[in-house]
Design a protein around this ligand. Sequence first.
Ligand SMILES: [Zn+2]
Length: 300
Amino acid sequence: MKQALLLIDHGSRREGSCELLSDIALMMRGRFGLPIVHYAHMEFQEPTIQQGFDACVADGAEEIVVFPYLFGAGQHIVTHIPDRVKQAASLHPGVAFRITRPLGVHQKIGEVILERMAESGGDVARALQHLHPSDAPFRYCPRCREALQPRRMKANGPELQACRSCSFVHYPDPKVAAGALFMLDGGIVLVRRGIPPAYGKWVFPGGFVDRGERVEAAAVRETLEEVNLDVEIDRLLNVYSYEDSAAVIIAYAAHVVGGELQAKDEALDAKAFSPSSIPWNDLAFRSAHDAIKDYLAHCV
Ligand SMILES: [Zn+2]
């Protein structure tokens, strides 16, 4: 069944306010690949609900999912939108429709609010930790689903989560990350993180090494993915590890061979900072602080 999405908002007398909904429609099409997406306004502006409904049908929709792009469950949700959708649908017998709940109160809306706070410079690090409790121990065996329980594998070793019925033991190995430090137009290129941890903070381009990937290749790949620059590795800068952290960060000194600086995957911003303008108080991790210091001392 060919399905369409029809977004409906209230509509406004203000010029330009309708662009928001058309941008959302574009995103649902472009980012999420929905084949048929149209939008309509309750009042004041075109397209009307009838026009939006007609446009979905003209694109071949056999079922139309109507999403009220509204927060609350006021009069509009309860009666106006359903009435008008029913009326629009009556001209197209054979086309099914359903009306979803509105935006309402949803955890993801809270996440958007936190993101907006962080963008404006607010400190949301603690709030985001609630979202991603990364240190909770695993509870069940991934092989046989039996419960895991703490066991000491070596007399003076740490307690590990081990399966009660099969031989599985969860070894929380260090996580290897690789990154690159390099100059562009007289500055060190840093990215502003768009994901937790350290959301909104600056760090040199880098990320986790895939299993089977050479560490140098990971540094080059992550740099391209995050800031759209091709780099070549010059030499190992240093290896950073800390007693209270799972990460082992391997940092390379590199130089740019192509591409254009641009914030990409999971980055809010990307910039070249002159040595005197490094945002020392806004760096993501201790390793970023230590690696940039080493780079400035030995490579610039
Ligand atoms: Zn097991």
